[in-house]
Design a protein around this ligand. Structure first.
Ligand SMILES: [Zn+2]
Length: 231
């Protein structure tokens, strides 16, 4: 059971690496331990592309490594505190996604000018602005969870992104889609700024049509096949 979960977290890490969300060895994916002991989380000192099941460790709610070999990331409270606050969340992703970090700094609202952004807006993406520094305490983790609220993502200004979902696939694909949405918005901004975008009504309709669990699974499976070298 835990082996399957570790494999999923590892695959999520490798997908994020292939999607250019790695920042040397920083950024992490976690999954809630089914037995309530804490979170299965990428070990520190490795890049996303290097992660296999053996580099996914069980971290307690207070940051103690309970199972697995490797060191835990100092920012583990991003994961433990968001999951404590959100019983519906079983996966948390934090990356220093380059397009999202750049776009968030413009303070422009994310516009639904492509399919990806409709997973997030309306309303505009949540923003955590208390600090751009590392999230190293439970208190900061709780503040971040408060900024996320009941949403699936937040910009962490001057730092990166956090996304979450009810399973690993959803949490990781949410990070993939947020980064792609920001890339599209940043490109439009660089070309003079978008002149039109989906209405709120159209964006909400597309959210259900484009990003149902089945379609997220298809996109995840495609990225997994591409990683496996089959494409
Ligand atoms: Zn970070």
């Amino acid at each position: 059971m835990s082996r399957d979960l570790r494999e999923q977290v590892a695959l999520g890490c490798r997908i994020l690496g292939a999607e250019d969300q790695g920042d040397f060895v920083w950024g992490h994916v976690s999954a809630r331990d089914p037995d309530g002991r804490g979170v299965w989380m990428k070990a520190s000192t490795y890049g996303f592309e290097e992660i296999g099941a053996d580099q996914v460790i069980l971290v307690s709610w207070d940051g103690e490594v309970l199972e697995g070999e490797g060191r835990r990331h100092i920012e583990y409270p991003i994961h433990t505190e968001l999951m404590r606050a959100r019983p519906d969340v079983a996966c948390v992703v934090h990356t220093h996604a380059p397009w999202a970090t750049a776009f968030a700094s413009t303070h422009e609202p994310l516009r639904p000018i492509s399919h990806e952004a409709t997973l997030f807006v309306p309303p505009d993406v949540a923003r955590f602005t208390k600090t751009g520094d590392l999230i190293t305490s439970a208190e900061l983790g709780r503040d971040l969870a408060g900024a996320v609220g009941d949403r699936n993502a937040a910009f962490m200004l001057h730092h990166g992104i956090v996304t979450c979902g009810g399973d690993v696939r959803t949490g990781v694909m949410t990070a993939v889609l947020l980064e792609r949405a920001c890339r599209t918005n940043a490109r439009a901004a660089a070309a003079g700024g978008p002149k039109s975008w989906s209405s709120d009504e159209e964006a909400l309709s597309k959210r259900g049509r484009c990003w149902s669990p089945q379609l997220l699974e298809q996109a995840w499976d495609y990225l997994a096949r591409r990683l496996a070298g089959g494409l």
